[in-house]
Design a protein around this ligand. Structure first.
Ligand SMILES: [Zn+2]
Length: 410
């Protein structure tokens, strides 16, 4: 068994391998233990939209990930610190994660998908859609950006990101990195990767400076970038793998068709004794691919965002509750699901509540999608412990994708 016990309340141990790279393990944090693989629901602004933190515990969520950029702008990291940190502020007693803000500064700030031109054939390093204005500028020292809330100007450097995340006080925090798009030129990706490497060093130095023995230990994860390029992903994993990070995030632009390859290149190079978090991935099929490639934890807004848009998951695929087929469907979303929604409500009621634009529709659908995703990853973990991962993956994904295709035809 591999283990890395620091005398801090943070540790990681691998408990089982399932052939290939899939593994089950345990991350201990000062606020509790996370059994991996694990899906970490996202509470961007210190709330999982539409659901009470108390319900998150009932759903089996082991940790919650919030967003440093959003909490820095609103209400301010100092207010969260005064409240006793992120967990105390939002009434969530378990482990917490915050991301570094890099993704949001460069995606929301720069208007990724809104401002950046994203046509795949386009190759340019300043890809801004016609008539839009760039809201973030990257230089070697950091990023200057304008708030998406009020247009005020701010600057994040690796040091500022660490200061913000120390104030927020999450158990697992991420190094500040530059996000590139799949459209950037290779030369830009190389330069950006070097910038992220230098920022990683600065994050470690500032993190050490800010550490206090009187406060719960915060584990710092380095973030592996490199877009779709094997040599860059491997180099980033080698470079950061040699640094004193407690774990690693796998981030950046990922074309989902290459998800397995990209995560595999990275986990090939990373030390086995530290946890790996796949940032922003959480759709059912992608979770299997991520686990198979060696990722331990995942976060994604999709289960909750899709739920608010009336799209729900089931073993027979994803479907939309607004479809007229559900008007008189007096059955649960998923008869095999143990969530509160499936125990008490029918598709017909949810169809009505979404049609009538009642708030409870979002709450009930979110409860189901998060429970479905958490439980799916729990089952994946069990299949690894039982040495049955490949068979379980084939069985689940075969049924799920056949059902999703049928739902599209309906
Ligand atoms: Zn359910």
């Amino acid at each position: 068994m591999l283990s890395r016990v620091v005398d801090t309340g943070f540790s990681f141990a691998v408990q089982a391998h399932a052939g290939g790279r899939a593994r089950a393990g345990e991350i201990r944090t000062p606020h509790g233990t996370i059994n991996t693989p694990a899906f970490i629901p996202v509470g961007t602004k210190a709330t999982v939209k539409a659901v009470l933190p108390e319900s998150m515990r009932d759903l089996g969520a082991q940790a919650i990930l919030a967003n440093a950029y959003h909490l820095y702008l609103q209400p301010g990291a100092d207010i969260v610190a005064e409240a006793g940190g992120l967990g105390a502020f939002m009434n969530w007693p378990g482990p917490t994660f915050t991301d570094s803000g890099g993704f949001q500064v460069m995606s929301l700030g720069a208007g990724f998908k809104k401002v950046l031109a994203m046509d795949p054939g386009h190759r340019d390093d300043d890809v801004i859609a016609d008539g839009k204005e760039r809201l973030a500028r990257v230089d070697d020292d950091g990023v200057t950006f304008r708030s998406h809330l009020d247009g005020s100007e701010h600057r994040f450097t690796p040091e500022v990101s660490m200061q913000v995340q120390h104030a927020l006080g999450a158990d697992i925090i991420f190094a500040f990195d530059e996000l590139t798009t799949l459209n950037n030129t290779f030369d830009y990706q190389v330069a950006s990767l070097e910038r992220t490497r230098l920022w990683a060093d600065r994050c470690l130095a500032e993190h050490d400076r800010l550490r206090s023995p009187d406060l719960p230990y915060q584990a710092l994860f380095g973030v592996i970038q490199g877009a779709q390029y094997e040599e860059l992903r491997r180099k980033a994993a080698q470079d950061l793998g040699r640094m004193a990070f407690d774990g690693f995030g796998i981030g950046g632009a990922i074309d989902k068709r290459n998800l397995s390859d990209i995560v595999g290149w990275v986990t090939d190079e990373l030390p086995d004794d530290r946890p790996r978090h796949l940032l922003g991935i959480g759709e059912p099929g992608d979770l299997f691919a991520g686990v198979a490639a060696g990722a331990d934890t995942f976060d994604c807004v999709s289960p909750s965002r899709e739920a608010r848009n009336s799209a729900v998951y089931s073993p027979d695929g994803r479907f939309n509750l607004l479809a007229s087929a559900h008007r008189r469907a007096f059955e649960p979303i998923d008869p095999t699901c143990d969530c509160y929604t499936c125990q008490h409500y029918t598709r017909a009621y949810l169809h009505h509540a979404f049609k009538a634009k009642e708030m409870v529709a979002s709450t009930l659908a979110t409860i189901h999608n998060i429970r479905f995703t958490v439980r799916l990853v729990e089952s994946i973990r069990q299949s690894i412990l039982d040495h049955d991962f490949d068979a379980y993956r084939a069985e689940f994904t075969g049924r799920y994708s056949a059902g999703s295709r049928a739902a599209v035809r309906d």
